[in-house]
Ligand binder design. Sequence first.
Ligand code: UDP
Ligand code: MG
Length: 333
Amino acid sequence: MEKSDNSQTGPQISVVVPFYNEEANVEELYRRLKKVLDKLKRTYELIFIDDGSTDKTPEILQKIYEKDELVKIIRLRKNFGQTAALQAGFDFAQGEIIISMDGDLQHDPEDIPLFLAKMNEGYDVVSGWRKKRVDNLFLRRIPSLVANRIMKWLSGVEIHDFGTTFKAYKKEVIKKVHLYGELHRFIPALTSRTGVKITEIPIKNVVRQRGKSKYGLSRVRRVFFDLITVKFIISFIDRPLQFFGLIGVIFGSIGFAIAATLTIGFYFFGWSIRENLGNLILSVFLMMMGLQLVMTGLLAEILSRVYFATHKVKIYSVEKILSREKPPAEFWN
Ligand code: UDP
Ligand code: MG
């Protein structure tokens, strides 16, 4: 589809990197990326997103842009967070294969050829797997282990490490994903809905040498709620009524059964209404709950349609773009 019209054709590879106050890392990452990519003999572009940095990151990026025509910079108006920054990069990218990675040197550009080799085998998504993790045990590895297990179980995607951003995607796959919240961690799970082929490769996990991590324990809470969202999206977003409706019908039915029993009891067996007041209230309560839930399901059903119709809404806002080529048309949608 993309190839049939005569719009500009993209490079073979796009590398997307978000930076938030990474002045100590930008230069070196850029240098190492160039070294690896130039050896590949494939066309590529580097898309660097400045997620509202307040240190010297913007100046450094500007300098890199000025001397390298393969570099494109997107500067966001404020700090929108890693997910939004990545989404901006994905929207901008035009490569056939799109690779995302962190800008803090925790991901080694030397691993990129491994991703490409796997993609060549015909996968749609190749996910990095921090097989030997060096991160803090309690703050990082244990919460991450739990989240990954749940994610694997919910999504049925057989990979170990959902959390790392170091991943490669076919353009068609990533262009269909619309991120919000902390959902960048769950892209493989989100794409699994559409039946893409996903695999993983071990990557190096290195300790951050310079600059600070942008996350603390609050990540656990955010990831927890996004897990619920992801489960909902995978299973019910196109049929929320199935979800709410089912619970509603169960509640409603129990309530109705109790009410019916009581009615028969009152009329035919002379049960005392006063003694059964509790049951009566319970049955009315359950039936009301059931009705409410079905109504909620219907509302969600309508909302999800609106969501699908308007999902082009952007979760970020661009301050300026440095690029020698025009961004793809869909970038402005
Ligand atoms: N990042 C970003 N915006 C943010 C937070 C982080 O663009 O609001 C970038 C950050 O500069 C880095 C990557 O996302 O390139 C991963 O962030 P970090 O290293 O803090 O996460 P961790 O490795 O601790 O999970
Ligand atoms: Mg990091």
